[in-house]
Design a protein around this ligand. Structure first.
Ligand code: GRF
Length: 215
């Protein structure tokens, strides 16, 4: 057990429950995690939020919840490896057991994965391995699929290629546009992410090649 960095109240959080969330956008997945982490017995505690964008709405969500934040913007670094190393450093300050990429729109590089590999989870708004990348919802719609969904996976060096932890299906409705479909996916995605992060923190996960088992 150790105090949460940056918290004047010196609140103590069990080490294996410590979670850092990476965000680039509005942070509704982060907000769902923050709503869960105050529940007794949830097991995960968000101890820091890190963004690549100073204007990310998720930073305000974190601050409103009294969670420490940091910004590591690529434009402030000479190249991608330097940014990636700085990101790893900023996240490392919080000594997380788990890193959750929740709407973080950057690829994590080698330095980051060397330090946190196997402990980084990402949520993606499609049923991987279909429709990886930044436009999973748009690409699924354009392809004409009737069912899509969301995936939580362990991050590896590829783009949305890591071992799959959990998935949920969402039906595509006639007349769906990207925004409507994404909103329906996100309501399922938030619940899935909250469930997976809590279970990972409480009981860990076992990786056997591409096969993941949550306790
Ligand atoms: C989520 O659907 C996530 O999977 C995708 O971007 C969205 C982020 O939403 N990469 P929010 O910022 O958590 O509201």
């Amino acid at each position: 057990m150790r105090p949460v960095p940056g918290r004047p109240d010196g609140r103590v959080v069990p080490e294996r429950s410590r979670v850092v969330v990476l965000v680039s956008g509005g942070g509704s997945n982060l907000a769902a995690l923050l709503a869960a982490h105050v529940e007794p017995g949830y097991g995960a505690r968000v101890v820091g939020v890190v963004s690549d964008r100073p204007d990310a709405g998720g930073l305000a969500v974190a601050r409103d919840a009294g969670v420490a934040t940091a910004v590591v913007a690529p434009g402030d670094f000479a190249d991608r490896p330097a940014w990636d190393a700085a990101l790893a450093q900023a996240v490392g300050v919080f000594e997380p057991a788990w890193v959750v990429s929740a709407g973080f729109m950057r690829i994590l590089g080698q330095a980051f994965l060397d330090r946190f590999g196997g402990r980084v989870l990402n949520t993606h708004p499609a049923l991987l391995p279909a429709f990886p990348g930044a436009h999973g919802v748009r690409d699924a719609l354009a392809h004409g699929v009737k069912v899509t969904g969301c995936t939580v996976h362990v991050v590896d060096a590829g783009v949305d290629t890591g071992p799959i932890v959990a998935q949920r299906a969402v039906e595509v409705l006639d007349g769906d546009d990207e925004a409507a479909l994404h909103e329906r996916i996100k309501s399922v995605e938030r619940a899935l992410l909250v469930d997976v992060v809590g279970r990972a923190a409480r009981g860990g996960l076992t990786l056997d090649g591409r096969h993941v088992r949550l306790a």
